[in-house]
Design a protein around this ligand. Structure first.
Ligand code: ASP
Ligand code: MG
Length: 406
């Protein structure tokens, strides 16, 4: 059996016309001899009656602080409605389609409501159905605990469902259908000549996603990577081939890996606040530990961390800035808070050990008189903190400098 998982996002199942396009993608792989497992998101975006955000709004209209468990029960409904409608669409076209919840499809999670982790994915039932020639239509974003409680996998989690099912079924391919032609070198709203990437490695796409590109859920990529299942991000609305995500950046015609690109894409994250904490010897040797412990105990995740004698710098999401500064001041720390910052990153699997990457980066920014507030780098990315007002110029100039505009 050649299994393929086809996941359709909210805009790909939003109306009867669009569902017909999705139907054609399913029919096509069946004609090619594949057994598809269809995974769907809730229909449409915010404002659409059964979109996830609409459902959250309904629950919160009863009580803003409604518990996570109750939120999961209402969010569950979005994918249920979508999967029923999609199964009906396939049945009308003569397919033996069967709608399944995440739990029916064997996705078992922990009980961390609204952001549950998959602990096991048992494909037995799906395999049985596929052997009978049925087309399972599975609700994305959902799981079930060992105690039969409904859970969801975190926003955007239908990608995670598709990858987990693909891995459990040892699928030949997982297709992620969306409303763009693939993963791009930058946000096209900022960079007019941003391009669709024909292929990208798991590592690069994880970095891009963590650094702000809204392409695919990074957890989905991590799951697919573990079992080496290729993913394709492509459009329901076109015939474009999409972006292939595999373990190498590019394959030559003879199947050998071609050297990775220095830069694959430029991304940005807005809404960042930089915090500087001044330390003096009188505060004792565990002063820096206490800073990070306080952040951890407050549930605040920190990024761009620099620890120096006498000073610690880090960034946090703007939503947590007030809480962080109150707690640190209460402990007696002297702090400086810089608001309205953004993190701009260049990601590329091939930048390790290439001399001059940082120099090019700094040159592009300083030529445009952009202040660099902080930097951090890894083997496959360089990030800088810049003033929010300079984000667009920074992204454009880095895209150009690293040859992505050609
Ligand atoms: N419907 C869910 C959400 O909006 C899951 C998804 O679309 O992937 O987050
Ligand atoms: Mg999504």
């Amino acid at each position: 059996m050649r299994i393929i998982v086809q996941k359709f996002g909210g805009t790909s199942v939003a109306s009867p016309e669009v569902r017909e396009l999705a139907l054609r993608k399913i029919e096509k792989v069946r004609e090619q001899g594949f057994s598809p497992v269809v995974v769907v998101s809730a229909m449409g975006r915010q404002g659409a009656p059964y979109a996830t955000d609409t459902l959250i709004g309904i629950a919160r209209s009863a009580y803003k602080g409604i518990a996570a468990r109750e939120l999961d029960q209402i969010m569950y409904c979005g994918e249920m409605i979508s999967a029923v409608v999609m199964a009906g669409t396939l049945q009308a076209a003569g397919m033996d389609a069967i709608m399944l919840t995440g739990g029916h499809a064997g996705i078992i999670t922990d009980a961390n409501y609204t952001d549950a982790r998959i602990v096991k994915c048992d494909p037995t039932r799906l395999i049985h159905l596929l052997r009978q020639g049925k087309v399972p239509v599975v609700c994305g974003f959902q799981g079930m605990t060992g105690d039969n409680e409904f859970t969801t996998l975190g926003r955007g989690g239908s990608d995670t469902s598709a990858a987990a099912l693909g891995a459990a079924l040892n699928a030949e391919l997982v297709e992620i259908y969306t409303d763009v032609d693939g993963i791009m070198t930058a946000d096209p709203r900022i960079v007019e000549n941003a391009k669709i990437l024909d292929c990208i490695s798991y590592g690069e796409v994880c970095q891009l996603a963590h650094q702000g590109a809204k392409v695919i859920h990074p957890r989905a990529v991590e799951i697919a990577m573990q079992k080496n299942i290729p993913l394709v991000v492509k459009s329901t609305f076109s015939e474009a081939p999409g972006t292939l995500i595999t373990n190498i950046a590019k394959e030559d015609t003879d199947g050998t890996a071609v050297i990775d690109r220095v830069a694959t894409g430029v991304t940005y994250l807005n809404n960042i606040v930089q915090i500087k904490v001044h330390l003096d010897d009188a505060m004792g040797t565990d002063a820096s530990f206490k800073v990070f412990k306080t952040m951890a105990d407050s549930g605040i995740s920190v990024d761009l961390i620099n620890v120096h004698p006498g000073q610690i710098m880090f960034t946090i999401n703007a939503d947590h800035a007030e809480k962080a500064s109150i707690r640190l001041k209460r402990l007696g720390y002297e702090i400086e808070v810089l608001e309205n910052c953004a993190k701009v990153s260049v990601v590329g699997g091939g930048m390790r050990e290439v001399p001059g990457v940082m120099a090019s980066f700094i040159e592009a920014l300083s030529r445009n008189r952009i202040a660099i507030l902080q930097t951090v780098d890894s083997h496959t990315s360089i990030s800088v903190l810049v003033p929010q007002s300079d984000v667009e110029t920074a992204v454009k100039s880095l895209h150009e400098k690293f040859g992505l505009s050609n």
